[in-house]
Design a protein around this ligand. Structure first.
Ligand SMILES: C[S@@+](CC[C@H](N)C(=O)[O-])C[C@H]1O[C@@H](n2cnc3c(N)ncnc32)[C@H](O)[C@@H]1O
Length: 1004
């Protein structure tokens, strides 16, 4: 029996939920534990696992309803999840007498309770109630959209803007469980119970879910949270640490988290005390520094002073503070002055006034005409490479570093109220003495701390990302990416934590804390002056190790938010078993019923390089907490690239996983694809690994700023469902084609049936994907194709222009898909249109449904074999693609109709590439001439006569044979202007409507 996910997946709703989860940024469940790239949304993981466990019945509509209920993504669930406060009087009424007495007065809350305490009391009241009591209380919730009908009239994505995420609520209601159990024949009252029962049914035990590329831990974490036994492994120990923490700290429940929070708070307090005693962050006026601003300075040849570098000297937009530089007679270094300026000046500084670096050139602040290229300053040989002992630049180095501004903060009491007052100032002698003291203190501890691993000691291995700090600054060791102050405060925290953390959980919490502060407090943290946030940025704002000319440094008091891995303790401990190991996926020996993996694909992120930024702060202590782990990224084993090595590693890994699953097990491979064409590659890999695809779905999971490399392609995660190929069946190409054709049509029809009522679930990209999936589904059943072994095919050396049979079959599948999806109303005329005409109409069709991604227009073009779409596009912006309207074409791209046949003969079936000198096939197509007739009608103020005359002149006698088709096409185009977002078509659509009337009444 197929699983639910092999027959359908609620991708529209799921995409909306995944998007909402992503948009929560720091509010995402796992992000606080530490940075990892490409984390998968938990809701997608939850839906994937449940979709693999739930059987499909013969009733797809009911299956879908039940599946959505399980996820609380059905209409009832989305209503229940709508947030809104329950009035305090309702809580009071529902509270048992002891709680009422302790926390309430007759009118409401007892005075002095914190929000946190109130939340806890509410949770206790809630837990105390039965289903009926909960419902009664929930009914009193003040929902933002209180009218259910009105709420349900909203599109799903808008509805859930008012909702808690499914992971943050208890789960389906008792009523929903009744329906779920009735449909599935289960007796569950919670997700773990359902998972257990479904797992028992299929595998005879609690289902075991594994992820061999577990990264930040989304997959094992969510698997364990819903009751599966979870296994996670990753080559990178930082990923191992994050995953372990997700399962054992977040999944460890309140008590564990409280212990971590306590240790971290004590460590920070002790470090703060020590720093205060050292006197390196306080001044004589009783103020404490809350930001140190450093910049690089250089002395180019021919200049007799050092030029401090920054692309803007605006310090704070809101506080209207800038830094001005002065030259004192005889001094070789400029003197900073921190001043408050007018709003106009702020604007000027924001726009780069007095900037000393622009367009990679250093500019003399006193003679803007004089500038030097940054590259030339580095010299032909490059910069001197720092040695391990270098903590600051040496006197002769090209790039020097200086402190130019400090933000001071003081707590003042006025009229009984305390408030914090901040001011910016240039450093004075005493401040510089404190700088020197911080450096001395660090030097005293440096060797011992490196030995213990309290500060980094590893060299930076040059690579795609890591080469940047080496080349741009001469930094050769990871600790060079931190100022002496940062090394001192972070090292101190590490040393104290190591003493205070006695449990493994606390040790891990503190190690992750080290990673967090490294990200938030490094030489790679840019100072941001914008009004909304005058403060330091974090390193992995971008997915690179960018160096900056000016950076910010947080004093220890400012690590208060970055250091703790928990804001609050919450949740019950997970009951399921879990295990995490750092391992190369080729070496795994664990067996799992379901493998859900998200492999590194085509070098989108250099995990082994970027991960070292954190590992270098954790390696030696990590080895103490996990003596069985190798505290090294083992970069040589990392799956990377997209060439032969990559394919080989992937085939080996997926072969290994296929060996380590039962015959009735399932796999899901997720990857965030940029170019749908990579499908052929990935499909071949999995095929060669002994797997067969049973379904594929695309979920939009990426928000704009996720940092994965983007092209003009669809940003979505493809989820491919696979099973083990258990029999070595041979396949033959001539048999495969008709099977693929049938399968494509079947898949599309099944999706269309699910789309028919209610909101559309699938968009054009999904229909296209259905075609890929269909091709994969058919092909991957076979172990050989025309006698050739699949693995041999994957590794066959081909030149760029030669396609594998696999690619050819996939391309054919796309063509079938494109042709199967005829825009509504054009069915009678479709067959008579050339491919390029069909492409234009389908492109208008997707445009009228809001599709603006250029990648989709290109992908569609591939399906119709149109190779040049430029003449047809009005805009080819990545996310703003549109087709020309009839009037938009004006008189351009028009060629005699006779040219159609010529062009077709030249380019084959009217494909959209003109042979050199020949017109573009669209230019010579009847549709193009029809569009011109519309344009003539629009231009004549909707008088149809010139348009009609044009058609008669152009087509001569054949006008009469073509008239019916013209009428059909004009009717379709007449409706286009009514679609949302198609206002550009309104005039031409009106003209088409009038022209139709004229053509209908036309007589010879
Ligand atoms: C796309 S990420 C996985 C992200 C993860 N699904 C999450 O939600 O956070 C891919 C992972 O593969 C890991 N990796 C690369 N080569 C590997 C290998 N040979 N064996 C195991 N893991 C590897 C990387 O360290 C990286 O964490």
């Amino acid at each position: 029996m197929p699983s639910f996910i092999e027959t359908q997946f609620p991708i529209a709703r799921l995409s909306a939920e995944a998007y909402k989860e992503r948009k929560a940024n720091n509010g995402q469940t796992l992000t606080r534990l530490g940075k990892w790239w490409g984390r998968k949304p938990l809701i997608l993981v939850r839906a994937s696992i449940l979709g693999m466990l739930m059987p499909a019945s013969g009733d797809p509509k009911r299956d879908r309803e039940i599946f959505l209920k399980i996820l609380t993504m059905d209409d009832d669930g989305a209503w229940q999840r709508q947030k809104g406060e329950i009035p305090v009087a309702a809580w009071l009424e529902a509270a048992p007498p002891d709680i009422r007495e302790e926390y309430f007065t007759a009118r409401g809350w007892l005075r002095g309770l914190t929000d946190e305490a109130k939340e806890e009391v509410c949770a206790r009241i809630w837990q105390n109630l039965d289903a009926e009591g909960r419902k009664a209380l929930d009914d009193q919730r003040r929902r933002p959209v209180p009218d259910r009908e009105e709420y349900e009239a909203l599109p799903y994505a808008e509805r859930i803007r008012h909702c808690d995420r499914p992971e943050n609520i208890e789960g389906p209601t008792p009523e929903a469980w009744k329906e779920i159990n009735a449909h599935l024949g289960t007796t569950a009252a919670s997700l773990p119970e359902l998972v257990e029962q479904l797992g028992q049914r299929v595998f005879g035990h609690t289902p075991r879910v594994g992820d061999a590329f577990c990264g930040g831990g989304s997959i094992p974490f969510e698997a364990a949270r819903i009751g599966c036994e979870a296994f996670g492994s990753d080559l990178n120990p930082v990923a191992g640490l994050l995953t372990w923490a997700s399962l054992n700290l977040l999944g460890g429940g309140r008590e564990v988290q409280e212990e971590v929070m306590r240790v971290q708070a004590e460590a920070l307090a002790a470090a703060d005390k020590q720093v205060t005693e050292w006197g390196i962050e306080h001044n004589e006026q009783g103020e404490r520094a809350d930001a140190f601003l450093y910049c690089v300075e250089v002395k180019p040849e021919g200049c007799d002073y050092f030029i401090p570098l920054a692309p803007s000297w605006l310090v704070g937009e809101k506080s209207k503070v800038v830094c001005k530089w002065h030259r004192d007679p005889g001094a070789g270094r400029l003197r900073p002055e921190i001043v408050t300026v007018s709003a106009d000046e702020v604007k000027a500084y924001k726009a780069g006034k007095d900037a000393t670096v622009a367009n990679s050139r250093v500019i003399d602040p006193f003679d803007p005409e004089r500038s030097w290229s940054v590259e030339s300053l580095r010299g032909a040989e490059g910069l001197r490479r720092w040695t391990n002992d270098d903590l600051v630049p040496r006197p002769g180095d090209v790039f020097q570093e200086r402190l130019y501004c400090i933000r001071w903060v003081k707590t003042v009491t006025k009229n009984g109220k305390t408030k914090e007052v901040r001011r910016y100032a240039a450093p004075d002698e005493a401040d510089l003495a404190r700088e020197a003291r911080a450096l001395d203190l660090l030097r005293e501890r440096f060797a011992a701390w490196q030995r213990e691993g309290f500060i980094p000691s590893k060299p930076i291995i040059s690579g795609y990302n890591t080469e940047q700090p080496i080349r741009e600054r001469g930094w050769t060791h990871w600790h060079h990416l931190f100022t002496p102050r940062q090394l001192l405060t972070h090292g101190l925290l590490a040393e104290i934590s190591a003493k205070l953390a006695t449990s493994k959980e606390a040790q891990v919490g503190c190690l992750l804390g080290m990673g967090r502060i490294a990200n938030w407090d490094s030489r790679l943290c840019l100072w941001m002056s914008n009004a909304s946030n005058e403060g330091g940025s974090h390193v992995f704002n971008s997915q690179a190790l960018n160096t900056f000319f000016n950076c910010s440094n947080r004093p220890i008091s400012k690590l208060e938010t970055a250091w703790p891995v928990f804001g609050e303790a919450k949740g019950e401990p997970f009951s399921a078993k879990s295990n995490v190991i750092p391992a190369d996926a080729r070496d795994l020996r664990e067996t799992c019923d379901l493998w859900v993996t998200d492999p590194p694909y085509a070098d989108a992120v250099n995990y082994h390089e970027l991960g070292d930024f954190f590992l270098t702060w954790q390696d030696k202590q990590l080895a103490k907490a996990f003596p069985e782990w190798t505290p090294d990224a083992r970069a040589e084993l990392a799956v990377r690239g997209d060439g032969e090595d990559f394919r080989r590693s992937m085939v080996d890994i997926y072969k290994n996983l296929a060996c380590h699953m039962p015959d009735n097990g399932l796999q899901m491979v997720q990857f965030t694809h940029q170019n749908p064409a990579v499908w052929a590659g990935l499909g071949m890999i999995l095929w060669a690994a002994g797997l067969k695809a049973t379904a594929a779905w695309t979920i939009s999971t990426e928000t704009e700023a996720v940092g994965i490399k983007k092209g003009n392609y669809v940003t979505g995660t493809v989820c491919m469902v696979l099973r083990k190929r258990t029999s070595p069946e041979p396949g033959f190409l001539d048999e495969v084609y008709p099977l693929v054709e049938d399968e494509v049509r079947r898949q599309i029809a099944a999706r269309q049936a699910l789309d028919e009522d209610g909101e559309p679930n699938f968009n054009d990209a999904d229909y296209q994907l259905a075609a890929y999936a269909a091709a994969l589904k058919v092909l991957t059943q076979y172990a050989t194709l025309d006698g050739r072994d699949v693995e041999h095919e994957v590794f066959a050396v081909r030149d760029k222009n030669t396609k594998s049979d696999f690619q050819v079959v996939i391309e054919r599948a796309i063509e079938i898909a494109c042709d199967t999806l005829v825009p509504g109303g054009l069915g009678n005329y479709w067959r008579d249109l050339s491919l390029v005409e069909r492409y234009y109409l389908r492109a208008l069709d997707i445009e009228s449904r809001g599709e603006r991604r250029k990648g989709m227009y290109e992908e569609l073009a591939r399906g119709f074999g149109v190779t040049d779409i430029r003449p047809l596009l009005k805009s080819d912006k990545a996310n703003g693609a549109r087709m020309h309207t009839a009037s938009g074409f004006a008189g351009g791209h028009l060629a005699p109709v006779g040219g159609v046949e010529d062009a077709v003969a030249l380019t084959g079936r009217g494909r959209g590439r003109a042979a050199s000198g020949a017109p573009h096939p669209f230019a010579a197509s009847p549709l193009r001439h029809l569009l011109f007739a519309i344009r003539e009608t629009t231009a004549a103020d909707h008088d149809p006569e010139p348009g009609r005359q044009y058609l008669r002149d152009t087509f001569g006698q054949s006008y009469w044979q073509r008239r019916e088709r013209f009428i059909g096409l004009l009717e379709w185009l007449a409706a286009l202007g009514n679609a949302e977002g198609m206002a550009e078509w309104q005039e031409d659509s009106e003209a088409a409507r009038i022209l139709v009337g004229r053509l209908r009444n036309d007589q010879a």
